[in-house]
Ligand binder design. Structure first.
Ligand SMILES: *Cc1c(COP(=O)(O)O)cnc(C)c1O
Length: 412
């Protein structure tokens, strides 16, 4: 027998699903037998249903039949074409400023290293102590390589970094400020235009990590004057495990900044095979070597879906899902001593909601075995990752109620 409170939450979720203008997209994703709630689309997006057929056709035709001719026919241009599409659909970036390549970590290194030494009179790199490990580790490496000093921001862990936090540390010494748009732990959404603007007032460059916002939170990189940005395609862009990352470099910096891994794909003439390196003057300068074409397939279908829906309506659904998760948290998890580790206001939040409890590591292990898949973050956080096109309101409530049941049973 269902508890009246559970029934009320599930009824609300059903009503919201019935009114959801994007609900038809739920069916576009492959079935995962045995999974009743997938709440980890912020870490690994689900595959679209037609991926097996698309991959098979790629092997049969583009690779199998056209063979090496496909490089000229389509693959050479793919990093730039796909970059332009991501820019248009998700980033507010005009054509010719975004490429798809490498991994997020490698692209962060390339851009950070390029920006670090752009102005030799500037000696500091501003980063955040709570940022994703790879971002921090790369900054430490770039600082060691260039002699720059790291200035660490230590913002409130739930609210995330603010304009005032950044304004307090930037100066004529700052070379670069590098931050995440959406905090990977709390989901806090940084004020991208505000922070970019105070960074520019100090004459420094601004770089954003978009891993947890690309494909779920709209942004206007061009209008907000962002200098550099890097993001993932296997999270909200559903590119599949290890799909390559993307990098944005504002047009005004082309030919000015120079990235350090200057392989042949970044040269002015790839096939000149000349004695010396001449960098390409356009966005291709961010590439290094042969792009991972097979891994660029899956994200294309997702970009079609987001473009067809518009990123604004994806954001509206995302807010609806995270609001519902917070509401369910208040109703059934707060009374059990679970902490809310994300901002309450949807305006200040990205696509996931994080909750904390000392038993969450064990709870997560039990739930995964039962086909309820949230994301565990050390030491005691569960992230409810609610990828808008593939997640329903009922699925969200199912997940929250399962966390409650596991905690109440004490059996994990
Ligand atoms: C997921 C994520 C990464 C991942 O980097 P990879 O090189 O793809 O492993 C980097 N930074 C942030 C903020 C992330 O959320």
């Amino acid at each position: 027998m269902t508890d009246p409170l559970d029934r009320e939450l599930l009824d609300l979720a059903r009503t919201l699903d019935a009114a959801d203008p994007l609900r038809s997209h739920l069916d576009a994703f492959a079935d995962a037998p045995g999974v009743t709630a997938y709440l980890d689309g912020n870490s690994l997006g689900r595959p679209l249903r037609d991926i097996p057929e698309k991959l098979a056709a790629f092997v049969r035709e583009d690779w199998g039949t056209r063979l090496i001719r496909s490089w000229n026919e389509q693959w050479m241009a793919l990093p730039m074409e796909l970059g332009d599409r991501i820019g248009r659909v998700a980033l507010g970036a005009g054509a010719g400023q975004t490429v798809v390549a490498d991994s997020t970590s490698v692209l962060i290194y390339k851009l950070m290293r390029a920006a670090a030494t752009a102005d030799p009179t500037r000696t500091e790199l501003v980063i955040e102590a709570g940022n994703f490990p790879t971002d921090r580790f790369l900054a430490e490496g770039v600082a060691a390589e260039t002699g720059l000093t790291l200035r660490w921001l230590e913002p409130d862990p739930v609210a995330g970094v603010t304009v005032a936090d950044v304004a307090a540390v930037v100066s004529e010494r700052t070379a670069l400020v590098s931050l995440s748009h959406v905090d990977y732990r709390s989901g806090a959404l940084a004020d991208m235009p505000g922070i970019t603007s105070v960074t520019h007032e100090a004459g420094a460059l601004m770089m954003w990590d978009l891993c947890h916002s690309a494909g779920v939170v709209p942004m206007q990189l061009d209008d907000w004057g962002v200098d550099l940005a890097v993001g993932c395609t296997y999270k909200y862009l559903n590119g599949g495990p290890g799909s390559p990352a993307f990098a944005y470099l504002r047009r005004g910096l082309h030919g000015v900044l120079r990235q350090p891994i200057q392989g042949w794909w970044s040269a002015a003439d790839i096939f000149a095979m000349g004695p010396e390196y001449v960098p390409s003057g356009d966005i291709r300068q961010l590439l290094s070597g042969t792009p991972p074409v097979t891994s660029m397939l899956a994200m294309q279908g997702m970009l079609d879906l987001i473009e067809g829906s518009t990123i604004e309506s994806v954001r509206a659904k995302s807010r609806s899902l995270t609001d519902l998760a917070v509401r369910a948290y208040d109703a059934v998890l707060a009374p059990l001593g679970v902490r809310l580790l994300s901002p309450r206001d949807a305006e200040l939040r990205g696509g996931h909601v994080t909750i904390g409890h000392a038993d969450f590591r064990d709870v997560t292990r039990k739930l995964w075995a039962e086909g309820i898949i949230p994301d565990f973050r050390f030491p005691d956080g569960i992230r409810l990752g609610l990828s808008p096109l593939s997640t329903s309101h009922v699925e969200t409530i199912t997940g929250v109620l399962a966390v409650r049941d596991a905690l109440e049973s004490g059996d994990f």
